[in-house]
Every structure is written in structure tokens, then in C-alpha cells.
Design a protein around this ligand. Structure first.
Ligand SMILES: NC(=O)c1ccc[n+]([C@@H]2O[C@H](COP(=O)([O-])OP(=O)(O)OC[C@H]3O[C@@H](n4cnc5c(N)ncnc54)[C@H](OP(=O)(O)O)[C@@H]3O)[C@@H](O)[C@H]2O)c1
Length: 244
């Protein structure tokens, strides 16, 4: 049974990026109120906000570097103060890294693990008190197929997405009894700026479009029946079934 997102407050990180922008548009169409949480590229963040406004929704735009501890630890409270509540958190912000295992520097290790694991971990902790007040409490963490697989030259990105998927599984079980739903979505190659780093071999043809990931996120958000989906792996319709 489909339920409405009307007036639900949705927090989206990485809202100026390819998948984040598509998710914002998807939830705006459903009448949700949206906080665009974090982002260093103001042009992209404002472009996403403009798309949301076309649906009659006034977004709360909160630019900032999620790697900055002050910003990270205060952004959820600021959003809750602005809207009076938070119902849904979508941890979508992420960064990729392409390098042979032996050439991956410790700075890269720390940077990737920070944004892809620590940031969503902290935001989940910060948002739970607000979700406990909601009848639509949901967290969706955007991982990757490399939460399940291992590609060459992506050791640190792969480790980070395994870690994200790992803590999400624990969290989902810890808060299940409180009617807080927690999911991971694990996309294969999506046609965004990031794929130029993660999959330089892909050119656009046969790739997943960001709107297709947004549709899956919307499916998860608008179904709250007895069938609980834990995580979703999304493969490309590639000619070789092992190529995602
Ligand atoms: N594209 C794919 O093939 C693919 C496949 C599987 C999973 N994913 C995952 O999907 C998510 C979205 O990726 P995308 O493909 O849409 O890439 P994208 O267009 O590069 O978007 C990434 C977003 O993350 C934000 N971000 C990164 N570091 C940040 C920081 N320190 N503070 C605040 N925001 C930060 C970026 O904002 P700024 O640029 O403004 O900093 C950007 O909005 C990521 O978690 C990625 O790992 C992507």
C-alpha cells in the first residue's frame, strides 16, 4: 500500500549531486519538505533547490562541508529547528577514489572513510531522537554495488561502502522495534559526475540514470506495509551480467 510523503521532512545530503538532485526532485513531487544538507558546490546546490521550488516546495538550503566537525554535528539540529521535525534522512553524499591498492595514501584512506562512513554514522546518531517522534521514520543510506563486490583500483572506496552497509545492517536491527526503517541502496554505475572517477570505462550507454535510483528511494519511502525491505542492489542492464 502506497503512503504519502506530504509534509514529511526529508534531509538529503549531497543534494547538489547527480543522485541527490534526482532524489530531491522525486520527494518534492510527493509534497515533502526538503533540507539540502551540506555541499561545497553552491551552484549545484542552488540548481537542486530551484528544481524543488518548481514543485511549490520551499527547500531549506544548508551549504557546508560535512568533513567539518562543527557543521556535521550541528546540521541536524538546525534542520529540526527550521522545520520543527525530521521524518526521513537520506545519506547520499559520498566521494570516490580510483587508485591501485599500493598507491592509496593514508590521507586518501582518512578522507574517503570520513565522508563515506563517519559522516553518515554521525548523522544517523544525531537524527534518531527526531525520528522517534515521527510516524514515518526512515533512514536510507546510499552505498554502492561495491558494498558487496570488489573492483580493482577501488580498495578504499570499496572498504568504505562495505563499512557503510555493515553499520546500516546493525542499526536497522537496533531500531526495528521502534518502527524506524533503515535501508541501504547499492547502485551499480549511475550516470553522474562521480562515475568518471569510479568507472572511467563507462560512457553513458547502458548506465543507470539518477532518476531510476530516485524511483527506488521513493518506493522504499512510500511503502510501509508488513513487507520490510532491508537493502536493494541495483545492477545496470549491461550485456555482460557480471558487469554492474
Ligand atoms: N555514480 C555512481 O555510479 C554511483 C554508484 C554507486 C553509488 N554511488 C553513490 O551515490 C552517492 C551520490 O553520488 P553521485 O553519483 O550522485 O555523485 P556526485 O554527483 O559526485 O554527488 C556527490 C555529492 O556528495 C557531496 N559531497 C561530497 N563530499 C562532501 C562534503 N565533504 N561535504 C558535503 N557534501 C559533500 C557533493 O557535494 P559538493 O560537490 O558540493 O561537495 C555531491 O553533492 C555517493 O554516495 C556515491 O558513492 C554512486
Amino acid at each position: 500500500m502506497k503512503v504519502t510523503l506530504k509534509d514529511k521532512v526529508v534531509v538529503v545530503t549531497g543534494a547538489g549531486g547527480g543522485i541527490g538532485s534526482a532524489i530531491c526532485e522525486g520527494v518534492a513531487k510527493e509534497g515533502a519538505r526538503i533540507a539540502l544538507c551540506g555541499g561545497n558546490n553552491l551552484e549545484k546546490l542552488n540548481a537542486s533547490a530551484d528544481i524543488i521550488r518548481e514543485y511549490g516546495v520551499d527547500p531549506y538550503v544548508l551549504p557546508g562541508d560535512l568533513a567539518n566537525m562543527d557543521f556535521l554535528t550541528t546540521c541536524i539540529d538546525k534542520i529540526a529547528q527550521h522545520f520543527g521535525r525530521i521524518d526521513i534522512l537520506i545519506n547520499n553524499a559520498g566521494i570516490a577514489h580510483n587508485a591501485p591498492f599500493e598507491e592509496t595514501k593514508m590521507e586518501d584512506f582518512d578522507r574517503i572513510m570520513n565522508i563515506n562512513v563517519k559522516v553518515p554514522f554521525v548523522l544517523c546518531q544525531k537524527v534518531l531522537p527526531y525520528l522517534r517522534e515521527s510516524n514515518h521514520a526512515t533512514i536510507i543510506n546510499i552505498a554502492s554495488v561495491v558494498a558487496h563486490k570488489g573492483y580493482v583500483n577501488q580498495a578504499i572506496y570499496t572498504a568504505s561502502k562495505h563499512a557503510l552497509h555493515g553499520f546500516t545492517k546493525s542499526l536497522a536491527n537496533e531500531v526495528y522495534a521502534e518502527n524506524i526503517r533503515v535501508h541501504t541502496v547499492c547502485p551499480g554505475g549511475v550516470f553522474t559526475d562521480m562515475v568518471k572517477v569510479t568507472r572511467p570505462d563507462l560512457t553513458g550507454e547502458d548506465m543507470i540514470m539518477p532518476e531510476e535510483i530516485a524511483d527506488i528511494v521513493l518506493f522504499l519511502l512510500t511503502r510501509r506495509g508488513n513487507a520490510v525491505i532491508d537493502d536493494i542492489c541495483v545492477r545496470r542492464a549491461a550485456k555482460n551480467p557480471f558487469d554492474v
